[in-house]
Design a protein around this ligand. Structure first.
Ligand SMILES: CC(C)(COP(=O)(O)OP(=O)(O)OC[C@H]1O[C@@H](n2cnc3c(N)ncnc32)[C@H](O)[C@@H]1OP(=O)(O)O)[C@@H](O)C(=O)NCCC(=O)NCCS
Length: 284
C-alpha cells in the first residue's frame, strides 16, 4: 500500500473548476515522486530544473534554504503554524517532465483551523504544456493541505486556500501573461492590486543583503484559489491578513528576522478587517 506521507494521487475532486481538461490526460506512464530530502538522488534533478528556470530571475531560494525546508519532514512548528514543504517531481521513463514545490501552512490561530498552501514554483517541460498536466500540478497542493490538517488533528474539510505570488502583468513579457492566463482559466483570482500592495521578502543570501543597503522586497500579485469558494468575488481584509501572515511565517522560518521586518510592517497598511477587497482576473 502506498505510504500516505509520500504517495501523490490523482484525485479528480481536487482539480480547480477550470481544469477539467486534466481528466483526459493519459497518466499511466507518469511517475510522480515526492523528493524526500537533499540527499535524495532525485533532489539534484528537481532543484537544477527549478534553479535554471527561476534562479536568474531572483525567484528561486538557495539550495540550502530548500534543503532546510525538506528537513521539516513531516512538518515543523513555526510560532502557531505547522509547516510542511513538498517538492514533487514528474518523470516518464526516467525523463524529466515537470516539477513543483509548495508549502502547506496549517494554523488555528483565530479559533478555527485552516490551511494555506503557498505555491512556490511550477515548471512543465515545453512538450507537456497545455496537455492537462499543469492542472494536476495545481491540484496536488490540496492533497498536501488535507494531510497536514489531519496530522495536526484538524478536520480535513477545514478551509484550504492555495496562494501563488505572481509578477504583475506586463504586455512586454508574454510569458508572464501566459502563466497568468493559465491560472485564470483554472479559476484562480487575484487580490485587487489597486487595493493591496503585497511584497515578497528578499530572497538573496544574507551576505548580499548586507552588502547592499538592506533587504529589498519585491512587489507581486496574490493569486488565490479558495477551494470550494472559487466563485466568490471579494475577500474580507481579515481573511487576507491571515493568508499573508501565513506566508510571512513560512518565510520567517528560513529568512532572518531583520530581513522580514520590512514586509511585516507593510502588512499594517492593509485594508481593515471588515473591508471587502475585490478579487479580479489574474491577467488584469
Ligand atoms: C506556467 C505553466 C506551468 C502553465 O502550464 P501549461 O501546461 O503551459 O498551461 P495550462 O495547461 O495550465 O494552460 C491553461 C490555459 O492557459 C492559457 N495558456 C497557457 N499557455 C498559453 C500560451 N502559451 N498562449 C496562450 N494561452 C496560454 C490557455 O488558455 C490554456 O488553456 P488551453 O490550453 O485549453 O487553451 C507552464 O507554462 C510553465 O512551466 N511555464 C514556465 C515556468 C512558469 O512560468 N511557471 C509559473 C510560475 S511559478
Amino acid at each position: 500500500m502506498a505510504d500516505a506521507e509520500t504517495a501523490v494521487e490523482f484525485i479528480p475532486g481536487d482539480l480547480a473548476p477550470g481544469d477539467a481538461k486534466s481528466l483526459e490526460l493519459d497518466r499511466r506512464e507518469l511517475d510522480v515522486t515526492r523528493v524526500g530530502s537533499g540527499h535524495d538522488p532525485l533532489f539534484v534533478l528537481a532543484y537544477e530544473r527549478l534553479w535554471n528556470e527561476f534562479g536568474p530571475l531572483q525567484e528561486m531560494e538557495s539550495r540550502e534554504v530548500i534543503e532546510r525546508r525538506l528537513a521539516w519532514h513531516p512538518a515543523t512548528k513555526q510560532g502557531d503554524c505547522w509547516l510542511r514543504y513538498d517538492l514533487v517531481l514528474v518523470r516518464r521513463q526516467g525523463q524529466f517532465i515537470a516539477v513543483r514545490d509548495h508549502t502547506a501552512i496549517v494554523t488555528d490561530k483565530r479559533g478555527s483551523p485552516q490551511a494555506v498552501v503557498h505555491l512556490s514554483h511550477v515548471l512543465v517541460d515545453v512538450e507537456w504544456r497545455r496537455t492537462g498536466l499543469a492542472g494536476w500540478l495545481r491540484a496536488w497542493p490540496v492533497q498536501t493541505a488535507r494531510a497536514r490538517l489531519v496530522a495536526a488533528g484538524f478536520p480535513p474539510a477545514s478551509p484550504i486556500t492555495l496562494v501563488a505570488e505572481m509578477e504583475h502583468p506586463d504586455p512586454q513579457m508574454p510569458n508572464r501573461l501566459n502563466r497568468l492566463a493559465a491560472y485564470e482559466k483554472a479559476g484562480f483570482k487575484k487580490v485587487d492590486p489597486a487595493a493591496v500592495n503585497y511584497f515578497q521578502p528578499d530572497f538573496r543570501p544574507p551576505g548580499e543583503i548586507d552588502a547592499c543597503d538592506g533587504p529589498r522586497p519585491l512587489p507581486f500579485g496574490l493569486i488565490l484559489r479558495r477551494v470550494g469558494r472559487e466563485q466568490e468575488q471579494v475577500i474580507l481584509g481579515a481573511e487576507l491578513r491571515q493568508i499573508v501572515e501565513c506566508l510571512y511565517r513560512m518565510y520567517g522560518a528560513g529568512f532572518r528576522e531583520q530581513d522580514m521586518a520590512v514586509v511585516w510592517r507593510g502588512l499594517r497598511e492593509y485594508p481593515g478587517e471588515d473591508v471587502e477587497i475585490p478579487l479580479v482576473a489574474p491577467t488584469r
